[in-house]
Design a protein around this ligand. Structure first.
Ligand SMILES: NC(=O)C1=CN([C@@H]2O[C@H](COP(=O)(O)OP(=O)(O)OC[C@H]3O[C@@H](n4cnc5c(N)ncnc54)[C@H](OP(=O)(O)O)[C@@H]3O)[C@@H](O)[C@H]2O)C=CC1
Ligand SMILES: CCCCCC(=O)/C=C/[C@@H]1[C@@H](C/C=C\CCCC(=O)O)[C@@H](O)C[C@H]1O
Length: 337
């Protein structure tokens, strides 16, 4: 008999997430039926959207993991094969590789529970949860398709030291742009400078509108928005005519239910003929293989530098999740099971 551990969410999130939102429980797994496999987590991801994903109370929070097949009654998935699976915060799982994703929401998640890992060469498995996974692809499509950068454009990225923002900034450099990033501590600022950002500021010390006056006196051409709220409205006001803004996330608002700052944003969008677009990365599923090949090539050439903060141990999942909102660590947060 195999016993799995899984985290469940004990109560609805309200305000800041705390450790008592989660409980670790054990579960006896059923014997494998024909066609099924048993997988064991190697790395699990924590991402900001887990804070706002609907209907998870009494369930294991949504999440992908890189896992190894450890028992199999399916010839296509032999023992030892590595897969990417959306099974939530669990260390062991029995599944049919062809089953639909129990967390599926149209456009927002993969349709199937299990996804083959892309064949992009010999890279650490954890990267499939970051730069070669959902966050990296979000950066790639959000920036290239929605911001439509041109060489010489001035690009601003918020939460620039994070999983998405750090990739956006580096792709912007590859595309010949001038890149400004914001982050919340000195270690992140120093790291962003070291990977090629032209200007970096601590948004907790310098208001974004002041940073823009200093670093981009002629305005911002592209804004990649990871934070939303007042920060995003301030940047909207500073976009150059024909500017582009990619609305990727609103992390400054995830822990609050209070109404956001009000303003007649529509007038600003009209008068400057701005393009403001959202991004949902799974809308580009058809184009993932080519994008991943290009990202992998940039990594190989040293043009894109992955960074991770790794939490050691399955029991650390809630701590890793809380770290997203503390904001001390940079790069992609992953948990080594
Ligand atoms: N549309 C889509 O398909 C996707 C959207 N996203 C969104 O992209 C954004 C970035 O995601 P990801 O790169 O994974 O996360 P990050 O790795 O950037 O982690 C979160 C970071 O956000 C910053 N942050 C945390 N709380 C706040 C706050 N209250 N106000 C301002 N900044 C805060 C902190 O950095 P610091 O304070 O140092 O800047 C923290 O380190 C999120 O909003 C996420 O929801 C992500 C993936 C897909
Ligand atoms: C609703 C806030 C979403 C914040 C942006 C973000 O991080 C998106 C990430 C998606 C995510 C889907 C997340 C939420 C779907 C909400 C559906 C609903 O019915 O409200 C996940 O699938 C990975 C990213 O594509």
């Amino acid at each position: 008999m195999v016993v799995a551990r899984k985290w469940i969410q004990t109560k609805a999130f309200e305000g800041a997430v705390s450790l008592d939102n989660f409980q670790l429980v054990e579960e006896e797994l059923p014997a494998l039926k024909a066609g099924e496999i048993l997988i064991e987590a190697l790395y699990l991801t924590v991402d900001p959207y887990m804070r706002v994903f609907p209907k998870q109370v009494d369930k294991s929070p949504i999440g992908q993991q890189i896992a190894k097949v450890v028992d199999s009654k399916n010839d296509k998935f032999p023992i030892g094969k590595i897969v990417l699976a959306m099974v939530g915060w669990r260390d062991k799982t029995v599944l049919d590789p062809d089953q639909d994703n129990p967390y599926y929401v149209t456009r927002f998640t993969p349709k199937k529970t299990l996804v083959e890992i892309p064949n992009v060469g010999d890279v650490p498995y954890s990267l499939y949860l970051g730069i070669l996974g959902m966050p990296g692809l979000t950066a790639y499509f959000g920036f290239l398709e929605k911001c439509r950068p041109k060489p010489g454009d001035v690009v601003l990225v918020s939460a620039a030291a994070g999983a998405v923002g750090s990739v956006v900034g580096q792709i912007a450099k590859i595309k010949g742009c001038t890149v400004i990033g914001s982050a919340g501590n000195k270690e992140k600022i120093d790291w962003l400078k070291s990977i090629g950002f032209d200007y970096v500021f601590n948004y907790k010390e310098t208001a974004v509108e002041d940073a823009i006056k200093t670093f981009a006196p002629n305005g911002i051409d592209c804004y990649f928005d990871n934070v939303g709220g007042e920060y995003a409205l301030k940047v909207l006001d500073a976009l150059s005519p024909y500017g582009r803004m990619c609305c990727c996330g609103q992390i400054s608002r995830y822990n609050t239910t209070e109404a956001g700052p009000e303003k007649d944003v529509i007038h600003t969008i009209m008068i400057n003929e701005l393009s403001v677009s959202g991004i949902m990365v799974y809308s580009y599923t058809h184009a993932f293989p080519n994008a991943l090949a290009e990202i992998a090539q940039w990594i190989k050439e040293g043009k894109l530098k992955p960074k991770e903060t790794v939490f050691d141990g399955f029991t650390k999942l809630p701590d890793a999740f809380l770290e997203i909102f503390k904001g001390t660590a940079s790069g992609k947060l992953v948990v080594k099971a």
